[in-house]
Every structure is written in C-alpha cells, then in structure tokens.
Design a protein around this ligand. Structure first.
Ligand SMILES: C[S@@+](CC[C@H](N)C(=O)[O-])C[C@H]1O[C@@H](n2cnc3c(N)ncnc32)[C@H](O)[C@@H]1O
Length: 199
C-alpha cells in the first residue's frame, strides 16, 4: 500500500492491527532481560506507538517511525501523560536515512505490511538503520496469506534472508494477542560486524 493508503486507514479507523497495548512477546522479552545495556532503539512502522513506549518504559532511548502522519500524531498524543520519553518521526523506512544509526531495531508487523517484492529493500534498510553489531528483535507474523497486507512468510524465508548478515541469538514462539496465538515467531538477531557480512 502507498503512504496515502496507510494514512487513509488511520483516518477511517480501519486499523485491525491496533490492539491498544504493546506486543505481549515484547513485554515478556523486556521483563526477562533487565540486564540489557540500555541504548537507542528504532521501531519502524510503529503505528500508534505502544511498542515504542514499552521500550522507553524499560529505559531505552526509544524512537518510533511511521509513513502515515496520523500514526505519528496518535503516537505523540498517546505518549503525552504516559510518563515516558519517546520520540516519533514521520519516515519511510524503505527510503529514508535514519536520524542516527541504531543499536537496536524492533520489528512488529511492518515486514508483513509491505509488498513481498520489497523485502530485499527491507533488508537493505535494516542494514542502513542498524549499527554493525546491533541487535534486531522481530515479532514475525507466520501466516500463509499471499493477498495481504498482511503478507505471510515462512521460517525458511526469514532464515535465508537474514542469516547472511545476522547471527541468530535465539528464536521462540511468544505469548501473543489472542487472535495471533501460535502464529508469531520471535527472532533475536545480532548483526555481524561489517567485514564478516556476506555480499
Ligand atoms: C500493520 S501496521 C502495524 C503498526 C504497529 N507496528 C503495530 O503492530 O501496531 C503497519 C504500519 O507500518 C506503516 N508503514 C507501512 N509502510 C511503511 C514504510 N515503508 N515505512 C514506515 N512505516 C510504514 C503503516 O503506516 C502502519 O502504521
């Protein structure tokens, strides 16, 4: 979908992805890892910012990015009075440069939202936005749909796309929103140092 189409979804309230709370898998991950070095984290395709606020509440320097101006407006509105510091910018993850390279990048229903023909662009954007050695935490939506968004993926496709540039730290099936139970796969990756990435 184009940026205008995403914006239209917000303006008409047609947002089935909006659950009113952060990804349960992310909440559990942050609770289980209080010892992680606090650093900056980018959340592209952040929607109304629930995941960004969860990272911020855990002490990270959390930034949310979204193509749709209304997503950024709603993110800022929901963050006012939430007791956390989080920053939101309108940005096209597939085309724009990051404001600064990030230590962490969190993926949650952006990969499945973009056209599958753009997945190689997604990988190149990830390499542009994330520092070598940086960590990529993804909540992958493991559906089979070909007529998205959301568009499906498989574990094999994810491994083939990301493992040339990333080492897998851990993968697991997380706790999910009730209508996605058993349909998500969390993959925690560390980007290889620049010199050891395959071309
Ligand atoms: C399915 S929604 C998920 C929103 C949020 N991650 C959540 O789970 O609530 C996908 C979001 O990605 C945004 N988006 C789509 N393409 C994008 C792009 N190229 N760059 C940044 N955001 C994009 C849309 O505007 C939308 O807010």
């Amino acid at each position: 979908m184009s940026g205008n189409e995403w914006e239209n979804r917000y303006q008409t309230g047609d947002m089935p992805w909006e659950k009113g709370e952060p990804s349960p898998g992310l909440v559990d991950f942050l609770a289980a890892h209080p010892d992680l070095t606090r650093a900056n984290v980018a959340v592209p395709g952040c929607g109304t910012g629930h995941d960004v606020r969860a990272w911020a509440a855990a002490g990270f320097d959390a930034w949310g990015f979204d193509l749709a101006p209304s997503a950024i407006r709603l993110s800022n509105e929901k963050t006012q009075g939430a007791g956390v510091n989080a920053r939101f910018l309108q940005s096209n993850f597939l085309e724009d440069a990051p404001p600064a390279p990030f230590d962490w990048l969190f993926e949650h229903t952006l990969y499945c939202a973009i056209d599958p023909s753009l997945r190689e662009d997604y990988l190149q954007s990830l390499l542009r936005w994330l520092k070598p050695g940086g960590q990529f935490l993804a909540v992958n939506y493991m559906i089979h749909d070909k007529d998205g968004p959301p568009f499906g993926t498989t574990q094999q496709e994810l491994m083939e796309r990301f493992s040339p540039h990333f080492d897998l730290i851990r993968g697991w099936v997380p706790r999910s929103y009730s209508n996605r139970a058993g349909l998500e796969l969390m993959l925690w990756w560390r980007r290889k140092p620049a010199s050891s990435s395959s071309p």
